[in-house]
Design a binder for this molecule. Structure first.
Ligand SMILES: [Zn+2]
Length: 267
């Protein structure tokens, strides 16, 4: 996420420190072994929006799920779609432009909800916790999340609830980092607090298994190129040029920096 080393304030305790992380080492260590309490996480993300607005998806469209958008292009426009963790509403806006009308967006932070409402005035906007969804069974044809599940503490609760609100044969379209390349990157960059902001990361195999537990079959979409946010993380100069040209579609899926999948709920 944040790559420039600088003097900054810990988002949890407000003490100054020097580094690339969001929190000081003491706060990172405090939550190393167990889940981060919900109220602490809420404070953390609210502070991210305030301290690093250029990095928070609420205010910038840095990570479009390109493979998912390509897949959605082939989908019947009458399908009902729910996006969870919709951030600033950029993806919903793009779906609206491409002809989808049965769109619902939701997010947990009030700043995100305001921004979605502002950008996409005529859509349904619902405040929702992705682990406990306020929708009836079988309410949607498609659920989408982009860079969301890695932030969730209780992914199994989330998947159970998504399975519940999808109709039989419905699909969960999802983009998330790939655990091993991500952990390697965080270690190299001194992001010792990633267990706070990415508590739930998966390898391709782990993701397939998690979905199988909730009655989904998973297929991985080819991921062709790095997004702008991923390129920005690469060290400057020649590294950036090389990374732009990398033929990622030829790498095994376990080495891709992120995964985009279509998970279909079995009938
Ligand atoms: Zn701290």
């Amino acid at each position: 996420m944040v790559v420039d080393r600088s003097r900054r304030r810990c988002l949890l305790c407000d003490r100054p420190f020097t580094g690339r992380a969001f929190t000081c080492r003491e706060c990172a260590e405090r939550y190393r072994e167990g889940p981060v309490p919900d109220d602490v996480l809420r404070r953390f993300y609210t502070q991210v929006d305030i301290e690093y607005p250029e990095w928070a998806n609420t205010y910038g469209n840095y990570n479009p799920p390109r493979a998912l958008l390509g897949y959605l292009d082939s989908i019947d426009r009458a399908r009902s779609i729910l996006e969870l963790g919709a951030g600033g509403g950029f993806l919903l806006e793009e779906l609206w432009r491409s002809g989808f009308r049965e769109l619902t967006g939701s997010d947990i932070t009030t700043s995100a909800l305001r921004e979605i409402q502002r950008r996409t005035g005529d859509l349904h906007v619902v405040g929702a916790d992705a682990e406990s969804l306020p929708f009836v069974d079988g309410a949607f044809d498609i659920v989408i999340t982009s860079d969301v599940i890695e932030h969730l503490v209780r992914v199994d609760m989330h998947l159970a609830d998504v399975a519940r609100i999808l109709r039989p044969g419905g699909q969960y379209l999802l983009k998330t980092p790939s655990r091993r390349p991500a952990e390697l990157y965080y270690r190299l960059r001194g992001l010792y607090d990633h267990h706070i902001w990415h508590p739930s990361m998966f390898s391709p195999k782990e993701l397939r298994q998690a979905f199988a537990r909730h009655g989904f079959d998973v297929s991985f979409l080819p991921v062709g190129e790095l997004t702008a946010a991923q390129i920005r993380k690469v060290p400057t100069g020649i590294g950036k040029a090389v990374f732009r040209l990398l033929p990622l579609h030829r790498l095994p899926v376990a080495l891709h920096p992120h995964m985009e999948i279509v998970a279909t709920k079995r009938n």
